[in-house]
Design a protein around this ligand. Structure first.
Ligand SMILES: C[S@@+](CC[C@H](N)C(=O)[O-])C[C@H]1O[C@@H](n2cnc3c(N)ncnc32)[C@H](O)[C@@H]1O
Length: 205
């Protein structure tokens, strides 16, 4: 099954809180957004946002320029349905991130648990080229992946685990590291997944 078909099936068969990555409040992401002092008018894009509640929380906090990208149209449709009238305040993009052609630049790029599904050097390189093109000079990026102690698979797919060193080495060609933290995610099945979250700033050209 190709990866788009995989994710369409996941979002057509499982409820919001029946997937391991579900979190009612994306606390780590929101804390980083506060610490990174992302202004409410910043252009934000959530990569592989799925039907995560980050968009809901950002709207609630007054953010006005939010885009959510996901490979699965079923995920985006679910998020739109949940948000109801508020869905019109978000720019929805259905695309594989490795085929994304950004038409504008973003001030803040958020990715929780999508980057680590890219396991080939080619896909990782493509992701980095697209992100550095899509993020403005001085813009910020937050990437959350499984850590070296995290699971080796998610949703039945292999993932690439990262240490602070390997993440920084992958991203440092275009971005300077701001901060990394290790954090535990409690899944709806009461298991713990070890994550690494790192923030970066794009060098000013
Ligand atoms: C583990 S889920 C995380 C969802 C969300 N970021 C969160 O934190 O709840 C991974 C998400 O990435 C999306 N995804 C996987 N591969 C992708 C790709 N190549 N391009 C865009 N989205 C992708 C999936 O559809 C899914 O919504």
């Amino acid at each position: 099954m190709d990866k788009k078909a995989h994710w369409e099936k996941v979002y057509s068969t499982k409820q919001l809180n029946e997937v391991s990555w579900y979190q009612p409040t994306p606390e780590v992401s929101l804390r980083f957004i506060e610490e990174l002092t992302i202004p409410t008018e910043a252009a934000i894009i959530d990569i592989g946002g799925g039907d995560s509640l980050l968009a809901d929380h950002l709207l609630e906090a007054g953010y006005t320029n939010i885009s959510v990208l996901d490979i699965s149209s079923a995920a985006i449709e679910r998020a739109k349905k949940r948000l109801g009238d508020k869905a019109g305040r978000i720019n929805w993009i259905v695309s594989d991130i490795t085929e994304f052609k950004p038409e504008r630049q973003y001030d803040f790029w958020h990715d929780r648990a999508t980057f680590h599904f890219l396991t080939t050097d080619k896909d990782i390189q493509t992701y980095m080229e697209i992100s550095q093109q899509a993020i403005r000079s001085g813009g910020k990026m937050l990437v959350g992946t499984f850590s070296e102690n995290g699971p080796e698979k998610c949703s039945g797919l292999p993932v690439k685990q990262y240490s602070e060193e390997s993440m920084s080495a992958t991203i440092r060609r275009w971005f300077e590291k701001i901060k990394c933290i290790h954090t535990d995610h409690l899944t709806p099945f009461n298991t713990i997944q070890h994550f690494l979250f790192c923030s970066f700033r794009k060098a000013i050209a």
